[in-house]
Design a protein around this ligand. Structure first.
Ligand SMILES: O=C(O)CCC(=O)C(=O)O
Length: 263
């Protein structure tokens, strides 16, 4: 398979916790758009919507739909997603964690707050990667923004509910507050369909609100490497996996989280 990334991309991903890869999934955009259209017509019962009182549009997010949307599973199993993840994470194995869809209607006005993904998840480990794939051209001001090096903080950031800003778990002592974002270099790019922003689950990131007259659809595919294992959190995770029935330190069950690469 054609190598889509180079050593400098791998270095940036590991040092900064984020790298942009230009045009690597261009040939999959038509398929993913078809999937996103199917998805928006049939959101799952896990979908959440967010509104801003001053704006008309809504922001919908939905999780774990790769089994229901054939275009997503085609992409996951047949594109270079998994081999790219293996190179970036320097991992012999790659396991699918889940997909996450972000659909922002025109003038939805709801920002994605600064956060780390990891503390919302039932996993721990260093070898993790999310691929944030915008399906339309995105100006820098409405693209993803990430804090370089924040994946190396030695405590996780306290997760909060995006709707109420309340702490997600009762045992919130295990977490730290969001650090001063001015102490980090912010990475953000104008993006085109086919580009992907790859980042570690611990990299702090957020996005400005869509106040434009254009819709914004993005898919994030979350993948796990060799050292990623199950972690019991002090409450319900997001996404939640009811009935997962796993113990701390176990590799995630293969029947729910298929292995995509195993060297
Ligand atoms: O696109 C967004 O608004 C947020 C994306 C995000 O938080 C993620 O992919 O983890």
């Amino acid at each position: 398979m054609k190598m889509l990334i180079n050593q400098s991309d791998i270095r940036s991903f590991n040092e900064d916790g984020v790298v942009i890869l230009r045009g690597v999934f261009s040939e999959w955009i038509e398929t993913l758009l078809k999937g996103a259209e199917r998805h928006i017509e049939n959101p799952s019962e896990r979908a959440l919507t967010h509104h801003h009182e001053k704006y008309k549009g809504q922001f919908l997010e939905d999780f774990c739909n790769w089994r229901a949307i054939p275009e997503y599973s085609d992409f996951i199993f047949n594109s270079s997603l998994a081999s790219t993840a293996s190179s970036l994470m320097k991992s012999n194995s790659v396991q699918l964690f889940h997909d996450h869809f972000f659909y922002k209607e025109t003038n939805s006005g709801v920002p994605t707050p600064w956060h780390q993904d990891m503390p919302y998840y039932c996993v721990s480990g260093q070898q993790t990667v999310s691929f944030w794939l915008p399906l339309e051209s995105r100006e820098k001001s409405v693209s993803l923004k990430l804090l370089a090096g924040s994946h190396q903080l030695n405590k996780e950031i306290r997760p909060t509910s995006w709707a109420s800003n309340e702490s997600f778990y009762e045992d919130s002592e295990a977490f730290m507050d969001l650090p001063d974002i001015k102490e980090f270099t912010t990475k953000e790019w104008k993006t085109e369909p086919g580009d992907v922003v790859a980042f570690n689950f611990k990299t702090i990131h957020g996005a400005n609100a869509n106040i434009a007259n254009t819709i914004s659809r993005t898919l994030s595919f979350r993948l796990l490497g060799d050292d990623a294992v199950y972690k019991q959190r002090p409450g319900r995770t997001s996404p939640s996996f009811p009935g997962i029935n796993q113990k701390n330190g176990e590799r995630l069950r293969e029947d729910w989280f298929p292995t995509l690469v195993s060297k």
